[in-house]
Ligand binder design. Structure first.
Ligand code: APR
Length: 262
């Protein structure tokens, strides 16, 4: 049942309902997207500030764009690395890291490549789209930690083998790491609640997660500033900032004595 309409639809009421759902379970799956990092000052992809030099992510985050102009694509990634390094995790990241100690079984699947969840202390994190602070050799496939320094040089980063390095992220049209997807589905099939935070839900395969959860009888909670394609289908849709709603949820769950079921 959807709880997005009616008088009892205030954000507080919706957070209460979500807390009630979460307060009775011991297994939770969370999917996050760029909205969770928005309050850290990291632009979302499809928001008003999502363009870089008038390019959209869809134009730059492709193997074709890299092949055509690796300097431009690396310049964009260096700019993002720099921005992310200067930013700090926000209350949403910290709340999700607290979830790990609240729920016996917990998995966080993120589409974000910004490493913020780990910086906030999360350990049970799977990165569906890779990590912006890793590079991979186009020739030998060797992975390496990599933080470029913006503006210092136009030279392209190279592997020890001499091959061109590329960001170790998943671009449009590329396959996601199969084991990450499989581990996520395995966890999802045995969990009680799935929470979807700060994602527009338009990029596959992550966009399939809410439906897969619902088909398996998993209760679903969405936290997003805006309505999304799944807002009317989830059990509870909370229209709020993640850095406000998630800490409130943590407080409400941990304040209330409950008897948990799996
Ligand atoms: N709190 C909660 N939600 C927010 C906040 C906030 N403070 N700020 C923005 N949002 C929501 C927006 O309403 C939007 O629905 O976050 C969502 C961000 O959507 P996108 O920019 O499309 O980001 P995301 O869903 O993570 O994109 C998926 O697309 O470009 C690719 O690989 C990239 O991982 C990315 C993927």
């Amino acid at each position: 049942m959807n709880h997005t309409s009616g008088n009892s639809n205030s954000t507080d009421n919706l957070i209460d309902r979500a807390a009630l759902l979460l307060g009775t379970v011991n297994s939770v799956f969370v999917l996050t997207g760029a909205g969770v990092s928005a309050e850290s000052g990291i632009p979302t992809f499809r928001g008003a500030d999502g363009l870089w030099k008038n390019y959209s992510a869809q134009e730059l985050a492709t193997p074709q764009a890299f092949q055509k102009d690796p300097v431009l694509v690396w310049e964009w990634y260096h700019w993002r690395q720099d921005l992310i390094l200067k930013a700090s995790p926000n209350a949403a990241h910290y709340a999700l890291s607290a979830f790990e100690s609240i729920f016996e079984h917990f998995l966080l699947l993120t589409q974000n490549v910004d490493n913020m969840h780990r910086r906030a202390g999360s350990q049970r994190v799977l990165e569906l789209h890779g990590n912006i602070f890793r590079a991979r050799c186009c020739e030998c496939d060797r992975k390496t930690e990599y933080t470029g320094i913006q503006g210092v040089s136009n030279d392209l980063p190279r592997c020890v083998c001499g091959g061109l390095l590329r960001p170790d992220v998943v671009w449009f049209g590329e396959a996601i790491p199969e084991y990450i997807w499989q581990d996520s589905l395995d966890f999802l099939s045995g969990t009680a609640v799935a929470m979807i935070c700060g994602t527009s839900g338009v990029v596959w395969p992550a966009a399939a997660i809410p439906r897969i959860a619902m088909e398996q009888g998993v209760k679903t909670i969405e936290i997003n500033l805006e309505p999304t394609p799944i807002s009317n289908a989830v059990d509870v849709s909370i229209r709020a900032k993640a850095d406000v709603a998630l800490p409130l949820l943590v407080r409400k769950i941990t304040d209330r004595p409950t008897s948990k079921i799996s």
